[in-house]
Design a protein around this ligand. Structure first.
Ligand code: PLP
Length: 305
């Protein structure tokens, strides 16, 4: 386990007296890495307990969550159905036209169906979900990104795992839906904090999301977290030469590949905040590598290597 915690020596951190560590959750469970697996853990237990044999979920065509659900289904013996935002691949070309994420999901046994944008927008409406269950049969429904109340305890466990290896003042994590951040929030001790770095533009709504999630899972809101919404590099899954340059340099310096949607932004944000004196001298900051590396295959296809 020891090697999951990696020292990141950066001149900017030295200059500000900050000890920066990276928790390699991308390596924590090779079969099912990263935060999407953490969020699934107690949902899979609930699905099994409720007697379900099928998982039904939603996602974009390059979604880490779709990839994780498909893989979890294969590993733990669930049928999986993925309702994918957007158009089906051109007729007669499947599976050749599937992007790498969806090709792997199919190989893992996931049945894919496509929802046009207006249907996809209704993905959380009870009436729409009932229609989908009528169409596909009984299933345990996982929301987009796997974020629900049961996603939080699996993420809270990560805090305890990190604490076994090091004491820390702050964690840092990339934020999409806010489920992972909310889970970490509920797992912190009183002296610990967590920073969330938003991967999407206009992340102003995220604080209310995190509060709502911690209310569901722990019965209250917390004030031990902060949200940083200035490191989206143009928005969710947008191409940014600056961000890609940072990711390349980070890999050259530390031998760690970050992903272009989430963890690259998180690490760029943490280093920028260190440089701005955000952390007190003597602080220990643990950045969490939440995985997401499967996204690179689709990224290369969309934007070139
Ligand atoms: C989904 C994802 C996140 C964000 O998790 P949320 O719980 O949606 O906030 C962060 N990092 C990676 C690699 C992810 O795949």
């Amino acid at each position: 386990m020891e090697e999951l915690l990696q020292e990141i020596n950066e001149p900017i951190a030295d200059a500000h007296g900050v000890r920066l560590l990276l928790w390699r959750d991308d390596l924590a469970n090779p079969d099912l890495p990263g935060n999407k697996a953490r969020k699934l853990k107690y949902n899979l237990a609930a699905a099994r307990q409720q007697g379900h044999h099928t998982l039904l979920t939603f996602g974009g065509a390059y979604s880490n969550h779709i990839a994780a659900v498909a893989m979890a289904g294969r590993l733990f013996g669930f049928n999986t159905i993925g309702l994918i935002r957007g158009d089906a691949p051109a007729e007669g070309h499947e599976p050749a036209r599937l992007n790498p994420t969806l090709a792997q999901a199919t190989a893992d046994g996931m049945a894919l169906h496509y929802l046009d944008r207006s249907s996809y927008r209704r993905r959380a409406e009870p009436e729409f979900l009932a229609e989908q269950l009528a169409r596909f049969g009984p299933a345990y429904v996982l929301p987009e990104g796997g974020t629900n109340a049961l996603a939080l305890p699996g993420c809270a466990e990560l805090v305890a795992e990190i604490r076994q290896q090091t004491s820390f003042d702050a964690l840092a994590v990339a934020v999409g839906t806010g489920g992972t951040l909310a889970g970490l929030v509920t797992g912190l001790a009183e002296t610990e904090r967590v920073l969330g770095v938003a991967a999407l533009k206009n992340g102003g709504f995220l604080k209310a999301e995190v509060d709502a999630l911690t209310h569901l899972a722990a019965g209250r809101a917390f004030n031990n977290f902060s949200l940083h919404t200035d490191y989206h590099f143009g928005g969710y899954a947008k191409y940014s030469a600056e961000l890609l340059g940072f990711i390349q340099q980070f890999q050259a310096r530390h031998g760690v590949l970050l992903d272009p949607i989430y963890t690259g932004k998180m690490m760029a944000g943490v280093l920028d905040l260190i440089g701005k004196g955000y952390f007190a001298r003597g602080s220990t900051v643990v950045a969490v590598h939440t995985g997401g590396l499967q996204a690179w295959a689709g990224w290369g296809e969309r934007f070139g290597e």
